[in-house]
Design a protein. Structure first.
Length: 184
């Protein structure tokens, strides 16, 4: 895997790699991926859950209990549910978002896809994501998975990172260039 070396260099990457290896050995990559997608969506949708993950005041045992209770509610597969317990017991719950991101990259690489990090000021709708995937597929020469993030600070436009290439068409960057040019 081309991305695994870089991913394994981080703490979250080591956890994601261990989860990916287990899921691959059990032939459950898709099931674990769906569970992590549900978990990632729960982090976005629930401020209480996001606070639980980020708060240093929540003990390892409390986090483990919360993750165990969350598994059936979100319909998480057993591998992911057990993995969350390990993450909680090891005090790594704050790494959950990065673990999810790194697992997605490993799974995409396993499927022969590449991942593009996309930052927009507003969420993209399904048609926009499909059009972007088509354009990036033509550029990369292989299927592309979109890892979309919303950052209102870019004001508008889009920032795309595909491998070592970065395309910054954000309004913030254009305004910064204009301000720099006006200074002389």
């Amino acid at each position: 895997m081309e991305t695994s070396g870089g991913i394994r260099a981080t703490l979250a990457g080591r956890y994601a790699s261990a989860l990916f290896d287990l899921a691959r050995d059990e032939r459950q990559i898709d099931a674990v991926g769906r569970s992590l997608d549900a978990l990632g969506q729960a982090l976005l949708d629930s401020s209480d859950f996001a606070e639980l993950v980020d708060s240093p005041l929540v003990s390892r045992d409390e986090a483990g209990d919360a993750f165990a209770a969350l598994g059936p509610q979100l319909g998480l597969d057993p591998i992911t549910t057990n993995f969350l317990g390990v993450v909680a017991r090891n005090g790594r719950k704050s790494q959950l978002t990065a673990i999810i991101r790194d697992f997605r990259r490993l799974a995409a690489d396993h499927r022969g896809e590449t991942t593009a990090d996309v930052i927009t000021a507003h969420p993209l709708n399904d048609d926009q994501v499909a059009a972007l995937k088509t354009q990036l597929r033509a550029r990369a020469g292989r299927d592309v998975t979109i890892d979309a993030q919303v950052d209102p600070a870019i004001l508008g436009g889009i920032v795309v990172k595909l491998g070592s290439q970065q395309i910054d068409a954000s309004i913030r960057t254009k305004l910064n260039r204009l301000a720099s040019a006006m200074k002389g």
